[in-house]
Write a protein that binds this ligand. Structure first.
Ligand SMILES: [Zn+2]
Length: 331
């Protein structure tokens, strides 16, 4: 079996993706005033965003004309989920920006239902509520109450610029969400130093870090990930395009995996980075010499960290191992 075929047939999981970042440019153009270019600059491989704020502007520009009703979420999610099914992705966690959705005048419950309405039978989907660090979300706020009371929300995430506010401001909502059994994760280690990752894990009681890239070089923190069973949901191409790392070869995903950290690989915002999950895995082979066993380990790590019934988890991991065994016997 060729590597490309192995990547295609391997059961996969997309752990870190934002619904607002899954809108194809053609859809944005179709819903805008017609003054947008056919092909945006950021599609090109060598394009780099100036900084996180520049990237935020692009995301906002893409979603603003499109995500204006629950039905639009269904349409966008249906197309994205279909692309996952075509890649044999079995499980996806979709982050939904609660602050952004409320600010656009939409009802979070209706939007969550709209996303689930798009789920095809081949795919398991979990919607994760994402708070923006720009917001204040005390427990008695409208946003906090919606996050805690909306059926279908399976976890809580923290988005946005880590330099704006430390994790302490969000301790209460994370504690309440944890008491309800929500999965707790936060973006950290994308824009600022390892201390923010460390503090986020401790203050928010996290089991998952989205990115964690800037832990590279901090051996004590890498040890903490292993000891405390923290999963890192890493997005190599996103980190290159936002200049978090210099190149795919320099990204720490391979080093962390080989040191025993439970890392997974995802796309973050696939059309904005012009990337699919299968592309990400292919690039790891090309730039970091990932073996079939290491690609399989990324998927096993993901299924171990996923919100799944135990029996389903075991079946998926067994399927990954079967797929790897077939690949290895043919090599
Ligand atoms: Zn992200």
């Amino acid at each position: 079996m060729e590597m490309a075929e192995f990547i295609a047939v391997l059961p996969k999981a997309e752990m870190h993706v934002h619904i607002e970042g899954t809108i194809p440019w053609a859809v944005t153009r179709a819903h805008s005033n017609g003054d947008l270019p056919d092909v945006p600059d950021w599609i090109h491989d060598d394009f780099r965003f100036i900084d996180f704020r520049d990237f935020g502007t692009v995301i906002y520009r893409s979603l603003q004309p499109v995500l204006t009703s629950p039905q639009r979420y269904t349409d966008i999610a249906a197309a994205y989920f279909q692309s996952l099914v075509e890649q044999n992705v079995r499980y996806v966690e979709v982050s939904l920006s609660t602050s952004g959705t409320i600010n656009r005048g939409l009802n979070i419950g209706e939007v969550v239902d709209a996303i689930y309405a798009a789920v095809p039978p081949e795919l398991m989907v979990r919607v994760i509520a994402g708070i923006n660090r720009m917001s204040d979300v005390p427990l008695n706020s409208h946003e906090a109450q919606i996050i805690l009371k909306t059926p279908g929300i399976a976890g809580l995430d923290l988005h946005g610029d880590e330099r704006i506010k430390g994790p302490e401001s969000f301790a209460d909502i994370f504690q309440a969400a944890g008491e309800q059994g929500y999965l707790l994760r936060a973006h950290a280690g994308e824009l600022t130093d390892p201390d923010v990752i460390r503090a986020s894990i401790d203050v928010l009681n996290l089991s998952r870090i989205e990115h964690g890239t800037l832990a590279q070089g901090d051996d004590a923190l890498i040890e903490k990930f292993i000891e405390e069973d923290i999963t890192l949901d890493m997005c190599p191409t996103s980190n290159v395009k936002l200049c978090v790392v210099d190149s795919l070869a320099a990204h720490p995903i391979g080093e962390f995996l080989r040191r025993g950290v439970r890392v997974t690989c995802s796309t973050d915002d696939p059309p904005l980075f012009n990337i699919s999950l299968s592309d990400e895995l292919r690039l790891l082979v090309e730039h970091q010499q990932f073996t079939p066993r290491e690609l399989a380990q990324l998927q096993i790590n993901a299924f171990e960290a996923a919100i799944l019934p135990e029996e389903t988890r075991r079946e998926l991991i067994a399927e990954v191992e079967g797929c790897l065994a077939e690949m290895e016997t043919q090599q």
